[in-house]
Design a protein. Structure first.
Length: 346
């Protein structure tokens, strides 16, 4: 198993990417090899600083870097030797099994789609994110790939989400729901109502509408929404937990509460860890013919280590083959109408 890390991608590249690869390789649970793609002299200098070498660590030189604010389509055409482009082409050629990038998210999605192509039956890819709760995690998708979705896109997201949850969480029959503003069937936008009709016609375990609060409980395993709503939900959740924990910490640090703070600190530390995005590493781009993970631009080295482990799990699960088979089977039962092919604004 060979996993590519875009060494030049991210706010803190290449340090966190190299450090994350080292942490992964030093972990006894790791079984893969890591290929750091980027400017060779920069990567070698970083490895020398950390005094690390391993036969399971390789460097693939790429002379160019895609900036965080660059146009994805323009850079794809003009920067053919970028670390992102070279890394994804290695997955396409079979030289590697997966790629992870903390760089330009739009570029990662565009490059993956253009180079690797879509799984037959999938019109638009989706980004999935596992949201933790007391009894496990809920898979939310899409969280950023398709801002304006068509009803058929939401159907395909539901099918892919069900497969991913089943493969990764080892759940036999994942409960799938559609994000709306209430549980009642008459609620929701025209897009949501039409997507509900399609999901009900599919053979996945569709349970109806979910509300925003259901992301963080055990009512459903997979919640489907458009990329705009999903991304807002994800960013809001991350910001809320960060602010909440910061407010609790500042109050516990007051002298009059130091005794109570010492008693509660282990629980507080545990909860901070559960909701720390760095513990989840990367989000898989679903629907493309290859494993491509998107990590936070501000990821720490621990996040990159966990993203590599996530890639390891996805490669082992034969995810792409499972999605291809399930999409073909599921869509054979569905008849699209003209409305399902449209972006519905009202």
């Amino acid at each position: 198993m060979k996993i590519v890390v875009d060494a030049m991608g991210g706010d803190n590249a290449p340090f966190i990417n190299v450090a994350g690869a080292i942490q992964y390789l030093n972990d006894t649970r790791s079984v893969g090899e890591v290929i750091l793609v980027g400017q060779q002299d920069v990567i070698q200098k970083e490895l020398a600083i950390q005094s690390f070498s391993s036969p399971r660590l390789h460097i693939q030189h790429a002379s160019e870097v895609v900036g965080m604010d660059e146009s994805p389509t323009r850079s794809y055409k003009e920067k053919k030797d970028s670390s992102l482009r070279v890394g994804i082409e290695m997955v396409k050629s079979g030289e590697a099994d997966a790629i992870i990038s903390a760089g330009n998210t739009g570029a990662t999605m565009t490059y993956s789609l253009l180079s690797l192509g879509r799984i037959p039956g999938v019109d638009r890819p989706a980004v999935g994110a596992f949201m933790p709760h007391e009894d496990g995690a809920t898979l939310l998708l899409d969280v950023g790939a398709v801002a304006e979705a068509k009803p058929k896109n939401l159907l395909q997201f539901g099918i892919m989400g069900s497969i991913v949850y089943k493969q990764i969480m080892k759940a036999e029959n994942p409960r799938v729901a559609l994000m709306s503003i209430g549980e009642e069937s008459e609620k929701g936008t025209p897009l949501v109502k039409e997507a509900k009709r399609l999901l009900e016609a599919s053979h996945i375990n569709f349970k109806g509408y979910a509300e925003g609060r259901d992301i963080f409980n055990d009512k459903f395993d997979v919640i489907v929404t458009d990329g705009f709503t999903g991304n807002v939900s994800l960013k809001l959740a991350e910001s809320t937990f960060k602010t909440l924990f910061s407010m609790i910490k500042s109050r516990l640090d007051r002298p009059s509460r130091m005794l109570g703070a010492r008693l509660i600190r282990p629980v507080f530390t545990e909860l901070v860890g559960i909701f720390d995005p760095n513990n989840y590493g990367g989000s898989p781009l679903l629907g493309i013919k290859g494993i491509s993970l998107i990590a936070h631009g501000s990821s720490e080295s621990r996040a990159m280590k966990n993203a590599i482990f996530e890639a390891q799990r996805l490669v082992r699960s034969n995810l792409i083959a499972a999605i291809e088979k399930e999409i073909t089977t599921s869509l054979s039962e569905i008849t699209y109408t003209d409305l399902d092919e449209q972006i519905i604004h009202h």
